[in-house]
Design a protein around this ligand. Structure first.
Ligand SMILES: NC(=O)c1ccc[n+]([C@@H]2O[C@H](COP(=O)([O-])OP(=O)(O)OC[C@H]3O[C@@H](n4cnc5c(N)ncnc54)[C@H](OP(=O)(O)O)[C@@H]3O)[C@@H](O)[C@H]2O)c1
Length: 369
């Protein structure tokens, strides 16, 4: 299989960005190239750690479809988009930005996490986020509340972090117990510290042309970064997003539209989802249904981003289960031109995007560029 993720920095380009209703020349950005196992160079996105979302990303000179790998028996096999490697590169860049910030202004970014209850998956996600913060030098604080806590207790913790100057990003680990109103909680969260990007104003600004959200939700942002950094052109392509949740599917659709794809959203009530999916050049699967997307759902050469993270029992694994995606990998890998694995695809990118959003928040708070 072809692995993507061997990163080298190359050219410098500039572009224009629509900001505050005007086209203004923006900064000179560094653009990167990837080299795959065949030595092909692929353009990457501009450096992260900024909110820059140009209207049009620089088009790619290389069409991904022409670089399909073949097995020894001449069977087609998709390139694997290595989210782990790409996320590591991003995290190392964030770490050096945090060091630069500390050196110049004596401050580091801070992330506050509120976690409610004892769900094992939530505890694991929070632990991983805290470790990731430590690794890049971001300060973190965690407030743990019991399963039966009241909404007011969460709002009190949230309000404290809202006014804490050492905290630049706040996240409330989801899902919350049923008796708590997520909407009311995200309404109270300071817009400037909404590093998960779930505040209605951030989502609203993401949806509107000519507007910039302060933050983009981490998982969809990670999906788009994976596409761009793998040299996959989005502009003008047909994309299908399976799932329309507020935290993944909906913002993923909005982001793809921002990148000028023609987007269809598939959900529980969609008739003939396989037919609609089969038309897509890019498929983002975020339904939470193991192996929902079969090989025959995919157009040959499609690019597949599998967000699904579904635990299935497996006594041979250390914890008695393993994670599989929403896409039937073994079938899809024979049809797609590129695919993200589960685990090791979108998951590591989600955490990298959280760190990136937290760094952005701190830079904005200190007016540090
Ligand atoms: N890798 C990561 O970092 C990461 C981060 C977040 C989530 N995830 C994973 O991504 C998956 C989705 O997460 P989520 O929070 O978006 O889940 P969610 O809130 O349960 O939303 C699932 C969405 O999928 C749609 N859906 C469910 N079954 C479907 C089916 N059979 N056919 C078509 N659409 C279907 C639902 O449609 P309706 O709207 O019609 O109900 C809904 O919009 C989960 O496996 C989750 O664990 C991974």
């Amino acid at each position: 299989m072809t692995m993507i993720g061997n990163l080298t920095r190359r050219t410098v380009v500039s572009w224009q960005k629509k900001a505050l209703g005007q086209r203004i020349p923006l900064t000179t950005m560094t653009q990167n190239t990837l080299k795959d196992d065949h030595g092909c160079q692929i353009l990457m996105s501009p450096s992260l750690v900024s909110l820059d979302l140009p209207d049009v990303w620089p088009p790619n000179s290389t069409d991904f479809r022409f670089r399909l790998a073949k097995t020894q028996s001449n069977e087609h096999i998709a390139a694997v988009i290595n989210g782990q490697l790409i996320a590591e590169e991003i995290r190392s860049r964030i770490a050096s930005e945090v060091r630069r910030m500390e050196e110049f202004i004596g401050k580091v970014p801070g992330l506050a996490v509120i976690v409610v209850g004892q769900r094992r998956d939530s505890q694991t996600y929070v632990r991983n986020k805290i470790i990731a913060c430590e690794e890049v030098g971001i300060m973190s604080k965690v407030t743990k509340l019991p399963d039966d806590c009241t909404e007011d207790e969460i709002l009190t913790a949230l309000s404290g972090f809202n006014v804490d100057p050492s905290v630049h990003g706040i996240l409330v680990q989801l899902p919350l117990p049923r008796h708590l109103d997520v909407g009311r909680i995200s309404d109270v969260l300071s817009l400037e510290k909404d590093v998960d990007g779930f505040h209605p104003l951030n989502i609203g600004n993401l949806a509107m042309r000519g507007r910039e959200p302060l933050f983009i939700p981490c998982t969809p942002k990670g999906c788009i970064e994976l596409l761009i950094r793998s040299g996959i052109e989005i502009m003008g392509k047909k994309a299908v997003v399976i799932g329309r949740s507020n935290i993944v599917g909906l913002p993923a659709s909005l982001l793809l539209q921002r990148h000028h794809a023609t987007v269809s959203a598939v959900h529980v009530f969609t008739k003939n989802p396989e037919h609609i999916t089969h038309d897509a050049d890019i498929v983002i699967a975020a339904a939470g249904v193991p192996n929902l997307v079969r090989g025959n759902w995919l157009k040959p050469g499609a690019v597949v981003v599998d967000v699904g993270t579904n635990p299935i029992e497996d006594p041979s694994c250390e914890h008695g289960y393993r994670l599989i995606g929403d896409v039937c990998y073994d079938e899809a890998v024979r049809v797609a031109s590129a695919i993200t694995p589960v685990p090791g695809g979108v998951g590591p990118m989600t955490i990298a995007m959280l760190l990136s959003n937290t760094l952005d928040a701190a830079k904005r708070a200190y007016n540090f560029t």
